[in-house]
Design a protein around this ligand. Sequence first.
Ligand code: PBG
Length: 329
Amino acid sequence: MTYPFVRPRRMRRDEFSRRLMREHVLSTNDLIYPVFVHELKGRAAVASMPGIERVSIDELLRVAEEASNLRVPALALFPVTAPDAKSLTAEAAWYDDGLVQRSIRALKDRFPELGVITDVALDPYTSHGQDGLVDENGYVVNDDTVEALVKQALSHARAGADVVAPSDMMDGRIGAIRGALEMDGHIHTRILAYSAKYASSFYGPFRDAVGSAGALGKGNKFTYQMDPANSDEALREVALDLEEGADMIMVKPGLPYLDIVRRVKDAFGAPTFVYQVSGEYAMLRAAIANGWLDERGCVLEALTSIKRAGADGVLTYFALDAARWLREA
Ligand code: PBG
């Protein structure tokens, strides 16, 4: 009988040595909370995202207070636009008194230290639900869209957004937005580029939440979001966005794309974020509701895995829950 000299289980035997050799630790500092804002009063549930609600600006301030108390660093805002405010030209995206612009002002007024991140893309404002302006064939036209995105990003910066986050995947938009921000004096406004954003089927519940699912219908975003089969292309997209002036880059969705997160972090060493998207949230919530998965264990494991893959932070609908559990731990 021979015995192993090397016994990896020795270090796993007790809590103290498990703690000592732990490589990655999820913290509240890693969390960004996405919030859906609507023009209506009060709150409205999102059927496919149990626990998530659309909120009025008044309620948004309550959410912000909770996030601040939990020391969650930032919120990411997503507007729910009324159908009659949508158009082919999406000009409601850059109204000075638009829903997002008013939300930013209200937040920065009450909670100046809480980071405010805004989504730059036209899908909440277009009657067809695409992220950009379309030609007569329904093709999303790149350069005209970039001009519109620049107006949208500027209006967010003027309202006081700390971070603008283009999620549209048009070519050249980071450089155009960066140039416009500099020219307009917003040298401190950060850009979080959704650089490797995949044409994923996991965005379904989000499109229900913001009401763009109906507008998009059977349409898809294959001509601008990336093919889930690709990996090298993600590195090219990240390289371009960093050259054009992005401060932070994002991979989206999360768990199915952790190989991309690792490659991106290794290749660039830039501040790297992951969006654990609505479909990932819905999957976990559904299994938890059925009693098939343990809530706290699975959510914290998923978030820790995203960090282990190389992310510096995570946009997650579980942000407030996770912050509460981490405080208790
Ligand atoms: C829109 C946008 C989407 C998400 C964030 N910004 C949806 C889409 O591209 O259709 C998805 C987020 C989620 O699923 O949680 N530009």
